[in-house]
Write a protein of this length. Structure first.
Length: 262
């Protein structure tokens, strides 16, 4: 066989193969959650997708962008609170790309940029609050951090939907101090409740005494009732003092009855 004919056959086959490769590379398929940022000779052309799109080889380039929500862990950060307490705080960040053009053109790596911004914002916001606020008002802090991140990443085509502080880690010294503070608070509340109870009891006793003072016989009945209760609880002999004013009241009631009989 002629060598020239063989060379021509191989060249023709190579051209066919190259043509097939170019045709295949021209068609791209983007999923529902993907967008393709198209550059024409290095300049932005348009955003395409989802579905089947055409990209002209060597003239157009495509950069795929995922529009799904990204869940990113913010590494533990050393934070000094406003009351000079050192803590370690970590969080989780939820965001997604809403503008593929900005996410590719306005920032080199939007994932890395968002992660670094979240770390610095976490330290900045928490440093403006005291430790008690970090432990008790996490919802407020989450909203503050989310609002700041959302505003700063808007130029990157990113929407920060949520920020959640996961852990606020304290050293052993602060844990013991907080435990002592909580114990002191419980003791204080117990003393306040006990004092309030004593005050209410005193008021009721004064009210009862004023009512008993209006009727001398009521005091005698109360005295006898107390003797009955003691006798029911204990079987031993009890020496119970009798106030003289009660005896005088009893004798006054008995004496007129004897005189009437005589």
């Amino acid at each position: 066989m002629d060598p020239i004919s063989n060379a021509g056959t191989l060249l023709f086959g190579a051209l066919i193969l190259l043509t097939l490769v170019l045709i295949i590379s021209t068609f791209r398929i983007l999923r529902e959650y993907e967008r393709g940022v198209i550059f024409l000779l290095g300049r932005f052309y348009k955003v395409k997708g989802p579905g089947l799109i055409i990209v002209v080889p060597f003239i157009q380039q495509i950069v795929r962008v995922d529009l799904r929500t990204v869940v990113m862990d913010v590494p533990s950060q050393d934070v000094i609170s406003r009351d000079n307490v050192s803590v370690k705080v970590n969080a989780v960040l939820y965001f997604r790309v809403v503008d593929a053009q900005k996410a590719i053109i306005n920032v080199e790596d939007y994932l890395q940029a968002t992660s670094q911004l979240a770390q610095t914002t976490l330290r900045s916001v928490l440093g403006q609050h005291e430790l008690d606020e970090m432990l008790a008002n996490r919802d407020m802090l989450n909203a503050d951090i989310q609002g700041i991140l959302d505003a700063r990443t808007d130029g990157w085509g990113i929407k920060v939907s949520n920020v959640e502080i996961k852990h606020v880690d304290l050293n052993e010294t602060m844990i013991r101090a907080i435990a002592r503070q909580a114990e002191a608070e419980r003791v204080r509340r117990a003393k306040v409740i006990h004092a309030s109870g004593e005050m209410e009891a005193a008021e009721k006793l004064v009210e009862a005494a004023s009512k008993l003072a209006t009727e001398p016989n009521a005091i005698l009945l109360r005295y006898l009732q107390t003797l009955t209760e003691i006798a029911a609880e204990n079987n031993s002999t009890i020496l119970f003092p009798m106030p003289m004013d009660l005896l005088d009241g009893v004798m006054k009631n008995i004496t007129p009855n004897k005189r009437k009989e005589t």
